[in-house]
Design a protein around this ligand. Sequence first.
Ligand code: GLP
Length: 244
Amino acid sequence: MRIILSDTIEAAVKTTVKMVLEQIESHPDSVIGLATGRTMEPVYAQWVTEAKAGSLSFKQSFFFMLDEYLGLSEGHSLSFKSYIERHFLIPLSLSPDQFAFPPVHHHPIDKAGDDYEKTLRHRGGIDLQLLGIGQNGHFGFNEPGSNKFCRTRIVQLAPETREANRGSLNLAEVPHEALSMGIETILESKTLLMLATGKSKANAIKYLFNHHDDPACPATYLKSHPHFTLVLDPEAASKISLKI
Ligand code: GLP
């Protein structure tokens, strides 16, 4: 695990975006895995700003979404598809054909995980996967208790995850289930890049530091990956001892 401790959130975001843009600059046909959440909003804002100011083209790149809620109507504001359209696809005028979304509206739904894995294999796998972390140590929607060898599948969301993700919605409106890339699936990515910012992530980061392959905190599984970079701001790093 490589750790980058930045002195501000803004610096952590810039470091994250720089790594993604370097990947695309060196390999324009990269397959990039995208994450959602509040942590990632400034990442997409910075990415869009830098992309508009520069000459790097994303036309040959392809993007996979990490996860999606089950049971929301198409275009629902909470859906990760609409999130990525708002923050990334539309501002950069990318084509929807450059994206793969977890097929949550497919029937039968129990085949959706395998179908998404097939799409992933067809594209040759992920070159760089962006990741956030939940307060309980989840990534994607791989909640505590997840097996290291799980693949893309329907998952039950932890109560604390539904609460943390509801934003301004009533909790009752937040689905109980999602389709998430599996842990083994994610670990097959060539590079993993996790960004954690803010005090609310400090406990999960502390746990990640002190444990290995522990189902109580799925992010600990990432430490076995040979190219896993963790970017932190001072608040997320506040319960571990690291120097800037
Ligand atoms: C959701 C997503 C995760 C993300 C997490 C953290 O649960 N499925 O991929 O890492 O939220 O979100 P936030 O950045 O808002 O704390």
